[in-house]
Design a protein around this ligand. Structure first.
Ligand code: 5GP
Length: 188
């Protein structure tokens, strides 16, 4: 099997539940690993270094990019986010499945670098529901929420470019479907 097939991208608009779906799937299937990204954004309450992200200054992030340590990166709502190379390459070479939970521009870059990676676009049940979810986090200003909604509308247009789409209406069902998709793809 082509090693790219061990790489899975889960993308979709911010607030559609990407992280929660992946986390729920891993409770039952912990052998599926998840990549920890680097970011220049501030740590949110409840997050931890090396668990949610590797937090760093913009300067430190840019140094890593210069050093060739970042596979793909993007600027999102004023902050830098990127996938460290070491989170991906060793794992897929060893036949361990690794998931990147990233936004759509990064997903497009991964598609170019790893043409056989499985890319899944996660859709919220509706745009209204997405806005409710962003608001209920209570961590963002109104301006940031409106920024994320505008981005989300543009992002949803890219869904047809993915290997598959998945609607996050029921968390447990969606998490199990994600797992099945991964296993089916790796069989084929
Ligand atoms: P948040 O600030 O909500 O944690 O993340 C904002 C967006 O950045 C989310 O859509 C998240 O999936 C995305 N993101 C997180 N890490 C990466 C990464 O390494 N690369 C890219 N391209 N996007 C990322």
């Amino acid at each position: 099997m082509n090693k790219d097939r061990y790489l899975v991208v889960v993308s979709g608009p911010s607030g559609c539940g990407k992280d929660t779906v992946v986390k729920t799937m891993r409770e039952k299937h912990p052998e599926i690993e998840v990549s920890v990204s680097a970011t220049s954004r501030a740590m949110r309450e409840g997050e931890a270094e090396g668990v949610n992200y590797y937090y760093m200054t913009r300067e430190a992030f840019q140094q890593k990019v210069q050093a060739g340590e970042i596979l793909e990166y993007t600027q999102y709502n004023g902050n830098l986010y990127g996938t460290p190379k070491h989170e991906v390459d060793t794992r897929i070479a060893q036949g361990r499945t690794v998931i990147l939970v990233i936004e759509v521009e990064g997903a497009g870059n991964i598609r170019k670098l790893y043409p056989e990676a499985l890319t899944i676009f996660l859709l919220p049940p509706s745009m209204e529901e997405l806005e409710n979810r962003l608001r209920s986090r209570g961590t963002e200003s109104e301006e940031a929420i409106q920024g994320r909604m505008a981005t989300a509308r543009r992002e949803v247009e890219q869904a047809p470019l993915y290997t598959a789409t998945l609607v996050n209406d029921d968390l447990e069902t969606c998490a199990e479907k994600l797992y099945q998709m991964i296993r089916e793809y790796q069989k084929g």
